[in-house]
Design a protein around this ligand. Structure first.
Ligand SMILES: Nc1ncnc2c1ncn2[C@@H]1O[C@H](COP(=O)(O)OP(=O)(O)OP(=O)(O)O)[C@@H](O)[C@H]1O
Length: 733
C-alpha cells in the first residue's frame, strides 16, 4: 500500500533535530560549511580528576536498611506494608542475588538467557560497533558522568552500550535504573538489551520515565508522608486539576460570583502557576510557598492575565497565591489524588528520608538518565538522591535540544550544576552524527546560523558522506500556502515517477494548526497519508470518559472529579445544578457524594425515580468491574498473569457499557475515516474506544516487559490502579 507518512514532531523540538531525521538519499550537497578543525574526528573527553575505580558489584543486595540510619520512629525495614508483603509472597526471583553471567560463571538453568559465552560475545559485538568517542563514554569508570552529545550522535546507543558494559562488568541487572524521556524509549532500550542479553536480564532492569518510576516509589511508600494519600491514589491530568480548581473557586467567597467563563480561565491560569511553582523547587514539602511565589512573580515565571471581575493586584499577592495553592493541594488529597508534578515532588520528599533513600540506594547502584538537558529541579534532585553517596550517575543530553523550559526544565542543570555538584565528574562529547549525510548537517548548520537561537553545541562531524539530492528552501506567505505547496510538491514527485507516496515523509511542528491544514490539503489533493505519533486520541471526549470511568473503578469513594465526569455520560438527567445539590446533600451527611452513593444510595436525595435507577446502573457497573477485576486476580494461579492482555481488554470493553450513546457500528478496521464517522456519528467514538483497547493490550504487554507485575514494590491490590496509571502514562510518552 502506498502511503505518505506524516510525522508529528514533539512540540518545540529543535529545528536541527528535525532536519537530522531526514534521510540523506534525496538531497544533494548544496552547502559548503567548513567544520572547525577541533571537531574533526576528535574524541574529546575531559578528566577533571583521575578516575576512581568503579564499584565492585556486590553479590547480595539488601532489601532492607539498618534502622540506625533512620531518623523516624517507624523504621523502614519494619514498615508494616513491607512486612505484609513479605508475609504474603515469597521473595521474588529478582530480589535474590542475581546469578549474573560472567567469564567464569555459567547461566545454566535459565533457558531464556543465552549461554555465557554467547551473551558475552553479543555484548562485545555490540560494544565493538561504537565509535571511539562513544566507546570511551560508555566504558568510563567514573561515578558521575556527563555526556554532551549532538543530534544523531548515538546518545541512545551509548545508554544501551553503557547498560551492556555494566552488565558485562558483572553489575546485576536489578541494580540498574534507566530513566528515559518516554516509556516508549524505555521499552526500546529493553528490547535492545533483550536482543543482546536475553529477555530475563532485560526484564530485571528497571527502566521508565521519571514520572513512572516516581509513581512506583510513591505508591509503595506514600503513607510515610502522612499527607492524606493512600497507595491507591489517582493521578489527575490537567483537565481534572482545572475542574477541581473551578469547583473550589465556586466555594470561595471572592471568586464564587465570577462568570463560569472567567472562573474557568482563572482555574487554568492558577493550575499553570501551581505547576510552575512545583517545578521550581525540588519539593514543596517543607518549603516556604509564599517565598517561591515571590520569586516566580519577580521572574515573571507565572502568567496571570487580567480577568474581568478579578482583583488582579490581590491575586498576584504571593500570600494569596500560596493560600490558593494550599487549598488546591488539600482538595487533591481529599480526592486521594496527585497531579503530575506531585509525582516528582512527593517522591523527592520521600527520598529525603534517610531510610527510604538508603533502601533505594542499595536497590539501584547505577542510575542512567537520558535527555538530561530537559530535567527540572525536582528531577535533578531525584537523580542526586537516587545516586546517593556511593552510586553512579550517568547522564546524557544535548543542550541544543532542550525543549521543556515551559515546564521548568533548566538546561543549566546539565551545563553547570552537574559539574559543580560532582567535582570528580567526567564529561565526554559525542560529535559524530551517524544519522544524516554531510550535506544535511551543513544545511542544518546554515539554517541554525540564521535562527537567532543560541547554539550551544560544537559543529558535528558527519559519519556518512553526502548523498544525492538537493535541499530546497521555499518561502511561502502563510500556513495555507505552505500546505498547498507541500501537497503540490508531493503530487509532482509522484507524477514524475521519482518517488511514490510511501517514500515521502512530511515533518511538522505544530499538531494543532499546521497538521490540521496539511491533513486537509492532502485529503483534498487525494494523497493517502498516515499520521504517526498522533496523541490526539487522549484528547477525545470518549477516551477521557473511558479513563474517568476506569479511575472511578479504581477509586470509587474518593475520585469526585471522575464521578462528575461520568455521572451524566450518557445523559442520566443529572445536570450541573442537580450535581451541585447532590454534593451539598452528601456534605450535610458528612460524606463526599461518591461515598454516599456507593455506601448508601438510598440516603441520596433524588428528584425523580428515573434518576435513581440510572444512578444505580452506574454504581452497579462500577461495582461489577471491581468484582471482576479482583475476582479474576484471586482466581488466577499465576499472579504475574493477572494483568494479562485479556484482562486489560475485558476491563476496557466494560467501559463501553456506560457509553451507550455510541451505536454499534460495522467493523471499522476496513473503513477509512473520516468518511465512516460522517455516516455514523457513533462510529468515531467506538473506533477510539477500540484504539484504547489495542493500547491497553500493548500496555499490558509492555508493563509485563517492564517487570511491573513482578515488582516487589507493587502491592498486588493496586494492580488495577497501576494499570490505569500506566495507560495514562503511555500518552505522556
Ligand atoms: N557507532 C555507530 N555506528 C553506526 N551507526 C550508529 C552509531 N551510533 C549511532 N548510530 C546510528 O545513528 C542513528 C542515531 O543514533 P541514536 O538514535 O542513538 O542517536 P541520538 O543521539 O540518540 O539521536 P537524537 O539526536 O535523535 O536523540 C541511529 O540510526 C543509530 O543506529
Amino acid at each position: 500500500m502506498q502511503r505518505l507518512l506524516l510525522l508529528k514532531k514533539a512540540p518545540g523540538l529543535h529545528p536541527l533535530k528535525s532536519i537530522m531525521q531526514l534521510s540523506p538519499s534525496n538531497f544533494l550537497p548544496s552547502f559548503g560549511l567548513r567544520l572547525p578543525e577541533s571537531c574533526r574526528g576528535g574524541n574529546m573527553h575531559i578528566h577533571t580528576r583521575p578516575p576512581p575505580s568503579f564499584p565492585v558489584p556486590p553479590q547480595n543486595h539488601p532489601t532492607t536498611v539498618s534502622s540506625a540510619a533512620n531518623s523516624s520512629t517507624c523504621t523502614y525495614s519494619n514498615h508494616p506494608r513491607l512486612r505484609r508483603r513479605r508475609a504474603l509472597s515469597p521473595v521474588p526471583e529478582r530480589e535474590k542475588p542475581q546469578p549474573f553471567p560472567s567469564n567464569t560463571q555459567d547461566t545454566a538453568g535459565d533457558a531464556a538467557t543465552p549461554t555465557t559465552s554467547s551473551w558475552q560475545a553479543k555484548a562485545d559485538a555490540f560494544l565493538s560497533t561504537l565509535n571511539a568517542e562513544q566507546m570511551k563514554a560508555a566504558t568510563t569508570r567514573h561515578h558521575a558522568v556527563r555526556i554532551k552529545a549532538g543530534p544523531g550522535s548515538g546518545k541512545t546507543r551509548v545508554v544501551a552500550a553503557r547498560v551492556a558494559w555494566l552488565l558485562r562488568s558483572q553489575v546485576p541487572p536489578s541494580q540498574l535504573l534507566v530513566i528515559t524521556f518516554t516509556n516508549k524509549a524505555a521499552g526500546e532500550l529493553k528490547e535492545r538489551i533483550a536482543g543482546i542479553l536475553g529477555p530475563t536480564v532485560a526484564r530485571a532492569i528497571t527502566a521508565g520515565t521519571f514520572h513512572s518510576i516516581c509513581a512506583r516509589i510513591l505508591r509503595r511508600n506514600v503513607d510515610l508522608l502522612k499527607c492524606g494519600l493512600t497507595d491507591g491514589f489517582t493521578i489527575y491530568d490537567t483537565d481534572d486539576t482545572v475542574l477541581l480548581t473551578k469547583r473550589f473557586l465556586e466555594e470561595h467567597d471572592e471568586y464564587g460570583y465570577l462568570s463560569t467563563t472567567v472562573r474557568g480561565k482563572l482555574a487554568v491560569a492558577l493550575c499553570g502557576a501551581f505547576s510552575k511553582v512545583k517545578n521550581m523547587v525540588p519539593t514543596t514539602f517543607g518549603t516556604s510557598i509564599p517565598e517561591v511565589f515571590k520569586v516566580a512573580l519577580a521572574r515573571r515565571e507565572i502568567a496571570l492575565p487580567p480577568l474581568d471581575g478579578v482583583n488582579m493586584a490581590r491575586l498576584k499577592d504571593p500570600y494569596q497565591l500560596a493560600g490558593l495553592f494550599t487549598t488546591y493541594n488539600s482538595k487533591l488529597r481529599s480526592c486521594n489524588a496527585v497531579d503530575f508534578d506531585d509525582l516528582l515532588g512527593l517522591t523527592v520528599a520521600l527520598l529525603k528520608r534517610k531510610d527510604v533513600q538508603s533502601f533505594y540506594n542499595s536497590k539501584f547502584k547505577c542510575v542512567l538518565v537520558d535527555e538530561f538537558q530537559d530535567t527540572n529541579e525536582p528531577q535533578y534532585a531525584l537523580s542526586r538522591l537516587l545516586k546517593g553517596d556511593t552510586g553512579s550517575l550517568f547522564v546524557v543530553g544535548d543542550p541544543d535540544q532542550a525543549v521543556y523550559s515551559w515546564r521548568g526544565a533548566n538546561p543549566s542543570i546539565f551545563l553547570d550544576s552537574f559539574a559543580q555538584q560532582y567535582r570528580d565528574a567526567a564529561t565526554y562529547f559525542l560529535n559524530t552524527n551517524h544519522r544524516s549525510g554531510a550535506h544535511i548537517l551543513r544545511c542544518a548548520e546554515a539554517v541554525l546560523s540564521h535562527s537567532g537561537l543560541p547554539h550551544m553545541h560544537e559543529t558535528l562531524n558527519a559519519a556518512r558522506p553526502g548523498g544525492p539530492g538537493t535541499v530546497h528552501h521555499i518561502t511561502v506567505f502563510n500556513e495555507y500556502a505552505e500546505a498547498l505547496e507541500v501537497a503540490s510538491q508531493i503530487k509532482r514527485l509522484q507524477a514524475s515517477g521519482r518517488a511514490s507516496y510511501k517514500d515521502i515523509a512530511v515533518l511538522y511542528r505544530s499538531g494543532k494548526t499546521q497538521a490540521f491544514l496539511l491533513k486537509k490539503q492532502l485529503t483534498a489533493s487525494g494523497i493517502p497519508y498516515v499520521v504517526l505519533g498522533d496523541r490526539s486520541l487522549w484528547e477525545k471526549a470518549e477516551i477521557k470518559d473511558a479513563m474517568a470511568f476506569l479511575r472511578l473503578v479504581a477509586n470509587p469513594l474518593t475520585d469526585s472529579v471522575a464521578l462528575e465526569r461520568v455521572i451524566n455520560k450518557p445523559p442520566r438527567g443529572i445536570g450541573p445544578e442537580l450535581f451541585k445539590k447532590l454534593k451539598a446533600n452528601a456534605a450535610e451527611q458528612g460524606m463526599s457524594l461518591a461515598e454516599l452513593l456507593f455506601k448508601d444510595c438510598a440516603q441520596v436525595w433524588l428528584p425523580r425515580d428515573a434518576v435513581e435507577e440510572k444512578l444505580q446502573e452506574i454504581m452497579h457497573t462500577v461495582a461489577q468491574c471491581r468484582k471482576d477485576f479482583y475476582e479474576g486476580k484471586k482466581n488466577s494461579k499465576d499472579e504475574k498473569k493477572v494483568l494479562s492482555q485479556d484482562k486489560a481488554k475485558e476491563i476496557i470493553e466494560k467501559v463501553k457499557m456506560p457509553l451507550t450513546s455510541m451505536q454499534a457500528a460495522p467493523d471499522l478496521s476496513s473503513l477509512p475515516l473520516p468518511a465512516a464517522a460522517k455516516k455514523n456519528p457513533g462510529a468515531q467514538g467506538l473506533r477510539q474506544i477500540r484504539e484504547l483497547i489495542v493500547l491497553a493490550r500493548n500496555v499490558a504487554r509492555y508493563t509485563d516487559n517492564l517487570g511491573v507485575s513482578e515488582d516487589p514494590c507493587l502491592d498486588s491490590d493496586n494492580q488495577l490502579v497501576f494499570f490505569i496509571y500506566e495507560l495514562l502514562f503511555s500518552q505522556a510518552g
